[in-house]
Design a protein around this ligand. Structure first.
Ligand code: PHE
Length: 457
């Protein structure tokens, strides 16, 4: 029997859906991760960006449509949506596993996502209250390390961020998620445009663009290709039930294909724009971009210290990052919370706080992995890196692979055509890309990465 989910909310309109999905997509991924992955692949940044853009177009966009399709057709949280669609198409209920992977994967990501967001809240607070004064790279690193080695400080801001996220989810789909995005996303966009203009005036935009689009395939390093693909998944929130959950609140009339093009374009555009802003400030002040996960917290504060009005720019920059992270984090908490409410009839408020608690605890462990527990490593990585690598390099692509197989080969064309109402030629193009290009593409990236590792050691 299909699991009925009677009074489910529906987004106010198509634009509200586009807004919340962009809110989910644009996050720490586009700003923090993009800049540090690009910085880390120095010499092959162009390759990283080309792989990322190609994967967004050929893998991300088709999968985005497939995930929304499952959510809307299944009308339930990711587990129920998979169950319902599997039943309708006479497939095994084992497919629901994919829903489980999604909702737990999302919580796993949220645990460290919230910690990194906490760093941003910390820096925001510092800039607001006293201004961050670091005039040498040594001082900037020392300031960053002082935060990272202080477990209480990390835990405090991680806690604040988790409360912000949970409070939104507790208020519901329309009153919480949609309302929060309606306020934060336009502001985010405005700040980003201002910052990019400022980057062009005060920084070195040509150097930033040269750095980002400099294609030197011979300088390719292992990890760059899989990072590019992983990043396409991460920055489009794919494979983790978030998009499926949001799709389940979408009305029947909205055209999934057209909507997804908007979402993917906005994600890429905002990612590249923030990259351009960050790198032009970095180069404008003669700094080096390769600083790892701490990049925007070690390099940018130096630029802020030296630039006129830097304190105000810093406040706005960190506010931008917090808005971006907040609207993404809520989409990581939503899938599990909607499962709890729909499965057990628990009130949303309770479900939200009950889910947040274990995630917060795992986050506390992540905070400790930078200091007290830093000796505890798996394959030379601390807990933070283990979670991030596992989620973005394996879980997301593999779950994407399974979704492509499910919608492309198992769901049946009748259901798919009914949900994706595109002109026949466009539909065929999308469907074939989903059936062939996506699975082959993901597999090739994995194989290529293996070979590259072998060859380059
Ligand atoms: N897309 C978000 C970002 O770029 C992260 C995210 C991943 C959100 C998966 C939801 C699901 O920061």
């Amino acid at each position: 029997m299909s699991q009925a989910t009677p009074s489910r909310s529906i987004w106010s309109n198509r634009w509200a859906f586009i807004l919340v999905t962009i809110g989910s997509a644009v996050g720490l991924g586009n700003i923090w991760k993009f800049s540090y992955l690009a910085g880390a692949s120095e010499g092959s940044v162009g390759v990283f960006i080309v792989v990322y853009l190609t994967c967004v177009a050929l893998i991300g966009l088709p999968l985005l449509m497939a995930e929304i399709l499952i959510g809307r057709r299944g009308r339930g949280n990711p587990v129920v949506a998979m169950l319902n669609t599997a039943e309708e198409s006479e497939n095994s209920s084992w497919w629901a596993l994919l829903g489980w992977v999604g909702i737990f994967g999302a919580l796993m990501i949220l645990s460290y996502y919230s910690v990194v967001s906490g760093w941003m809240v910390d820096y925001f607070w510092q800039s607001l209250m006293k201004g961050i004064q670091v005039d040498t790279p040594e001082k900037a690193s020392a300031a960053f390390n002082a935060m990272m080695t202080d477990p209480w400080r990390l835990i405090r801001w991680h806690t604040v961020f988790m409360i912000l996220v949970t409070a939104v989810i507790a208020r519901g789909v329309i009153g919480g998620i949609e309302a929060a995005n309606r306020i934060m996303l336009p502001l985010l966009f405005l700040i980003l445009v201002l910052l990019t203009l400022w980057g062009a005036v005060a920084g070195d935009m040509p150097a930033a663009l040269r750095f980002m689009f400099n294609l030197k395939p011979e300088a390719i390093k292992p990890g760059v290709v899989i990072d590019g693909m992983g990043h396409a998944f991460f920055s489009l929130s794919l494979g983790m039930g978030a998009i499926m959950a949001y799709g389940s609140y979408l009305d029947k009339q909205t055209n999934i294909g057209h909507t997804c093009v908007w979402i993917a374009l906005a994600g890429v555009f905002i990612g590249l724009l923030s990259g351009a802003a960050i790198f032009s400030l970095t180069f404008g002040y003669g700094l080096a971009p390769a600083a790892g996960p701490g990049l925007i917290l070690q390099t940018l504060p130096l630029a802020f210290t030296h630039m006129p009005g830097g304190r105000v720019v810093a406040v706005f920059f960190f506010l931008l990052v917090i808005f971006a992270a907040w609207t993404s984090a809520i989409s990581l908490l939503e899938p599990f919370v909607s499962w709890l409410t729909e499965r057990y009839g628990i009130r949303r408020t309770r479900a939200a706080w009950a889910t947040a608690l274990p995630v917060w605890l795992l986050g506390v462990a992540v905070c400790l992995s930078f200091n007290r527990w830093s000796e505890f490593t798996i394959l030379d990585r601390n807990l933070f890196n283990v979670l991030d690598h596992f989620a973005t390099r394996f879980m997301m692509p593999l779950s994407g692979l399974a979704i492509a197989i499910y919608v492309g080969w198992r769901l049946g064309k009748v259901i798919v055509v009914d949900e994706i109402r595109l002109k026949q030629r466009v539909f065929c193009l999308w469907f074939n890309v989903l059936r062939f290009v996506v699975p082959v593409g993901i597999t090739l990236v994995f194989l290529y990465e293996l070979v590259l590792r072998e060859k380059l050691g």
